[in-house]
Design a protein around this ligand. Structure first.
Ligand code: BES
Ligand code: MN
Ligand code: ZN
Length: 487
């Protein structure tokens, strides 16, 4: 793991592969002889997120990356200012700009010298620098080693121990999500995901229980089982429990873990289907969140449920018009086997709602309608009003884009079924919220938030800001921040 150090002055004297600094309209944010002239000579751009790479002019760095920024916007807490494709959201801007600074330059040793005012700024920048160095692991290649050393130039008086720990823990949790999501689905199927989860918590104060298909049947988890019927790779439910002794609150985290979503019998079109290996991102996210919470020693109990299944159209697959019985006894008419996420989530939500939990948060790549409604970069948040708003506020604090949506009860009408309590697919209009009202049927009026991350969790296009190609790891920072606010 990367060694992290902090300094308060003389960045120019450090021997390093790469020095990353901000480039404002009136010049670089660090004072180094000759750097301003060198930047002007190559016409360096100061618009937010632009990058200019120079030789290490006036420093002991091999290269200098100048990252465009607006000095007066770095510390504003605005929510929706868009500049050069980068959303400026409080401290999150430092994460994006640092990632832009390090991305693709293959540095093993980096010095970060932006303009940071407080610990949050530094933590975000540190995370960003590490994320920018992330590369997708290629099958057959040797494992790529992460950055060896990261040195951050910080104002005096900040707690360097906490900052180093948080950067390491949060960045490695985000990379855990990326590694899991970027793996191919023949390699990562439900049982293997469950084993991975067991390994990920080794040595941590987290208990794990894995339910295989027999146990799922015994426990009445008809949704998770039905979705997995068309696959030769059996469904699993992983239950994790982190229970620090003095914690007064208990939260439940639930993640959608479809290791591949072909659509099942309601099969998806071929174009773009490969992206459906990412349909387990919610499960990866709540696993990584639980690990981060345990390593950081958060003082809140966490029960985590990974609802794992592969949605395939095999000979035993569920069919449109099947009626299944979910955990808790509700019957569901399966109109569309591609609306499988709500089936696995319904069981897991019901399990959580049976416990004495104070709040439930679920994370799922649940609907294409989320992408239509809010775009590729903003997650949709639904649920009980207080919980929904708390998650959206928490997201803004860490610079993740989330927006709240209502759960109007009339939408439930479109989920009426003649043969079951509820159908799994209804009106196309407001599809993200239709899925939300379906899930609401399983939470027994507990305080609950549902985060639909279909768009922002997976980046089909080129990297932008701190978001790499493929999995972005988004929503983990929000969950940790929110859990911490309860502790
Ligand atoms: N996993 C998909 C949702 C999705 C789509 C995630 C695109 C990421 C990118 C989900 O299981 C699904 O197929 N939803 C259907 C629901 C419909 C059949 C009611 C959808 O959104 O089309
Ligand atoms: Mn689907
Ligand atoms: Zn799905």
């Amino acid at each position: 793991m990367t060694d992290i150090e902090f300094i308060c002055e003389s960045v120019a004297d450090i021997e390093t592969d790469l020095l990353v600094t901000y480039y404002f309209e009136n010049g670089p944010s660090i004072e180094v002889p000759g750097l301003n002239e060198a930047a002007k000579a190559v016409d360096a751009k100061s618009c937010t997120g632009a990058r200019t790479v120079l030789p290490g002019t006036g420093t002991k760095a091999r290269k200098i990356a100048l990252v465009g920024a607006k000095a007066d916007e770095l510390h504003s807490r605005r929510n929706s200012d868009f500049s050069n494709g980068i959303e400026l959201e409080g401290t999150g801007i430092h994460r994006h700009l640092a990632a832009i600074g390090t991305r693709g330059l293959e540095a093993k040793n980096v010095v970060l010298a932006g303009k940071y005012e407080n610990e949050d700024d530094v933590i975000q920048a540190g995370i960003g620098a590490l994320l920018g160095c992330y590369t997708i692991q290629k099958y057959g290649d040797e494992k790529v080693t992460p950055l060896d050393q990261l040195t951050i130039c910080v104002p005096q008086g900040l707690n360097t121990h906490t900052m180093a720990k948080r950067i390491k823990v949060l960045a490695s949790s985000m990379m855990m999500i990326m590694d899991l999501v970027n793996r191919s689905p023949n390699d990562l199927y439900p049982a293997k995901f469950a084993t991975y989860a067991q390994q990920a918590i080794a040595g941590l104060p987290i208990e794990a229980e894995i339910w295989d298909e027999n146990k799922l049947a015994e426990e009445g988890c008809g949704g998770i089982l039905a979705v997995g019927l068309g696959s030769d790779r059996g469904s699993r439910l992983v239950k994790l429990s982190y229970a620090p002794q003095n914690a007064s609150k208990k939260i439940s985290l639930i993640g959608k873990g479809i290791t591949f979503d072909s659509g099942g019998i309601s099969i998806k079109p071929a174009k773009g289907m490969e992206a459906m290996k990412s349909d387990m991102t919610g499960a990866a996210t709540v696993l990584a969140t639980t690990v981060a919470a345990a390593v950081l020693g958060l003082n809140v109990k966490i029960d985590t449920y990974l609802a794992l299944a592969e949605n395939m159209p095999g000979g035993r697959a569920q069919r449109p018009s099947d009626v299944i019985t979910m955990r808790g006894g509700k019957t569901v008419e399966v109109i569309n086997t591609d609306a499988e996420g709500r089936l696995v989530m319904g069981d897991a939500l019901a399990l959580a709602a049976e416990t004495d939990t104070d709040a439930i948060v679920d994370v799922a790549t649940l609907t294409g309608a989320q992408i239509v409604g809010l775009g590729e970069r903003t997650a949709g948040v639904m649920g009980t009003a207080n919980m929904r708003d708390a998650i959206v506020a928490s997201a803004a604090q860490v610079g993740e884009a989330m927006w709240s949506a209502p759960l109007p009860s009339y939408l439930l009408d479109s989920l009426k079924s003649d043969v079951a309590d509820i159908a799994n697919s209804g009106t196309r209009a407001g599809g993200m919220m239709v899925a939300g009202v379906f899930l609401q049927e399983f939470v027994a009026d507990k305080p609950w938030a549902h985060i639909d991350i279909a768009g922002p969790s997976y980046n089909d296009g080129s990297p932008w800001g701190a978001n790499n190609k493929g999995a972005t790891g988004m929503s983990m920072l929000t969950l940790v921040n929110w859990a911490e606010s309860l502790a």
